[in-house]
Design a protein around this ligand. Structure first.
Ligand code: ZN
Length: 168
């Protein structure tokens, strides 16, 4: 069926496509992750884990309790990215459950995006399962949300938006 895409106006309004092309055209827009913001690593104890990374030349630059996720976090910058050590602050924190089930290890990968609300809307529209449909307050003043691991082929993917990039 030929129809005019409702989202396009002006010169683009001359563009027509059939339903078979819709997905391909929509894939061009909205989400463009531009760097690995950090890699989250679940640990029973930040104090016990720091020496591993310090031996590799990294140094802790920031520590913070993130109440929304029940974790104490320590960030160790590396290049334009960071290692985030995650230590649970309570037994019902998701990270405590992860540690109980799998032991310590890589917990999530965080990708930086420019507009997290638009990214979540776009991913939801494509059928991705989201753990949050609205961003939460994450560490370092960033706004974050997680995709369900079922939508990441077993990888827990976090999206984050820099405070300076917040659009209001
Ligand atoms: Zn994270």
């Amino acid at each position: 069926m030929r129809r005019r895409p409702a989202c396009l106006t002006g010169s683009s309004a001359n563009l027509w496509f059939d339903d078979g092309d819709t997905a391909r055209i929509e894939r061009k827009i909205v989400v463009k992750a531009y760097k690995i913001d950090h890699i989250g690593i679940a640990v029973a104890s930040i104090a016990d884990s720091l020496p591993i990374y310090e031996a590799l030349g990294l140094a802790e630059a920031h520590r913070e309790i993130v109440a929304s996720q029940g974790v104490r976090t320590a960030f160790l910058p590396i290049g334009d990215s960071s290692i985030e050590l995650l230590e649970p602050t309570s037994e019902d924190s998701p990270v405590a459950k992860f540690l109980a089930k799998r032991g310590g290890g890589v917990h999530h990968v965080c990708l930086a995006v420019d507009d997290i609300e638009a990214a979540l809307r776009d991913l939801a529209a494509r059928g991705f399962r989201l753990l949050q449909s609205e961003p939460l307050e994450g560490a370092r003043g960033k706004r974050v949300a997680f995709l369900h691991p079922a939508s990441g082929n077993g990888v827990l993917i976090e999206l984050s938006q820099e405070p300076a990039r917040t659009k209001r």
